[in-house]
Design a protein around this ligand. Structure first.
Ligand code: UTP
Length: 408
């Protein structure tokens, strides 16, 4: 793309300011900015226009969840079913590690964070250890796909290499990058990160399957005979991955997706809750539940909307392929975005200063026909690290790891 073409593309979207410092760039920087303008999809900014409109949700009703007591009763059977599927290499794992982890406040990928105290213990290491437990039990490697983004790909890959993949088989691990989207100020003007670079951020965790496919990994998945993909977040250091009992329960229930859930700590907890929306599986955000719904009880006297999602899902590959052509909606998320001021000085804001655009996994769930919410014991499987201190932080995760016998 040449300068004139760039101008006309930008004018079309009201983003001409992105060439403001063009004359100050050297030839290489000019080329790279023009290339970035060519490949950026500025049309995403349009969804700001609908930002404040009601979500257009359908009728929300409770979904039945498989609870811990029932799972305990069936544990042996579920375990055996899951172990068989794992031994036959029917299950792959997908680590969602493309996020920016801005709340943790480190520029490095979240997984390289050292949460150890007397020794090194990295977030990635915890996750690999958890997965290795299953590999040890089944004697079969679970193919592991790791999603990164432009912002953290090189560091993530080099970190795994430096640490010999924490004992995982390197030839059973595939890295792939997710797509990026431009970030904007409150008026919808795309930010520059530096004079020759548009500010972009990963486009949310919902794009993982399309990105897998675009990176040529779906054919690999077919080649290996993988039929189920267990996606999981980078920040929950206690979660079980490719957990045989979960796999078995999902297979046994003949659903298109299984969702690990935890019992809410109280009706007011701010967590997305599994539900049905117009009869299809869905997730309702805490702020979308009315007070009446938060306290509603079922015939057993239990809260009707009582199980929060922890971003650990087991998807049927076949079902994902069926819904793949359906474009997921973009969510407008307020965030801190590195940018330039009027004079071209680089700014790292302390407070949110604009919006990013993200596709979310929860919208994939709603596209599917059936889901099994599968309860796990919170203290044993949910230790998210979102913040440096306070709620869902390094401190709270350390406490939970200790309680579960992990040496720090
Ligand atoms: P979060 O919603 O916590 O977002 O991600 P984040 O970007 O990591 O953190 P903050 O909000 O900036 O502090 C939940 C999971 O989804 C992944 C994250 O890596 C994490 O595992 N994710 C999120 C992606 O893989 N890509 C994205 O674009 C966003």
């Amino acid at each position: 793309m040449d300068y004139q073409q760039a101008i006309s593309k930008l004018e079309q979207y009201g983003q001409s300011h992105l060439l403001k410092f063009f004359d100050q760039l050297d030839e290489r920087q000019k080329e790279s900015l023009l290339a970035q303008i060519e490949e950026t999809d500025f049309s995403v900014v349009k969804c700001l226009e609908h930002k404040d409109e009601a979500g257009g949700r359908g009728e929300i009703t409770p979904i039945t969840c498989m609870q811990v007591d029932e799972i305990q009763r069936e544990k042996e059977r579920f375990d055996a079913l899951g172990m068989e599927a794992l031994r036959n290499c029917k299950v792959g794992a997908v680590l969602l590690a493309g996020g920016m982890g801005t709340r943790l406040g480190s520029d490095a990928p979240k997984g390289v964070y050292n949460i150890g105290i007397t020794k090194e213990l990295y977030i990635f290491e915890c996750l690999i250890r958890n997965l290795l437990e299953v590999v040890d039990r089944t004697g079969v490697w679970v193919p592991l796909f790791i999603m990164t983004s432009d912002k953290n790909h090189e560091r993530t890959v080099s970190f795994f290499k430096e640490h010999q993949f924490f004992g995982y088989a390197p030839d059973k691990v595939w890295f792939f990058k997710q797509e990026m989207a431009p970030a904007v100020d409150y008026r919808g003007k795309v930010y520059l990160e530096s004079k020759g670079k548009i500010s972009t951020s990963p486009n949310g965790n919902g794009g993982w399957f399309i990105s897998l496919e675009r990176n040529g990994l779906l054919s690999k998945i077919h080649e290996m005979g993988v039929e189920w993909l267990n996606i999981f977040a980078v920040d929950n250091v206690l979660q079980k991955i490719a957990d045989p009992a979960f796999v078995g329960a999902v297979l046994d229930s003949h659903v298109e997706v299984g969702a690990k859930v935890v019992r809410k700590s109280d009706p007011e907890e701010k967590v997305g809750v599994m539900c049905l929306e117009d009869g299809k599986p869905s997730i309702v955000e805490y702020y979308e539940l009315t007070e009446e719904m938060r306290y509603e009880k079922n015939h057993k006297g239990e809260y009707s909307y009582n199980f929060g999602v922890i971003l650990n899902y087991l998807f049927s590959v076949k079902a994902l392929e069926r819904i793949m052509s359906h474009k997921l909606s973009l969510h407008v998320v307020e965030k801190k975005i590195n940018c330039l001021d009027e004079d071209g000085n680089e700014i790292r804001p302390e407070e949110p200063n604009g919006y990013k655009f993200e596709q979310l996994v929860l919208d994939m769930i709603h596209d599917l026909d059936s889901c099994l919410p599968f309860e796990v014991v919170r203290e044993k499987e949910f230790a998210p690290i979102k913040n440096a201190t306070g709620k869902d932080s390094v401190e709270t995760a350390r406490e939970l790891l200790r309680k579960n016998g992990v040496e720090l």
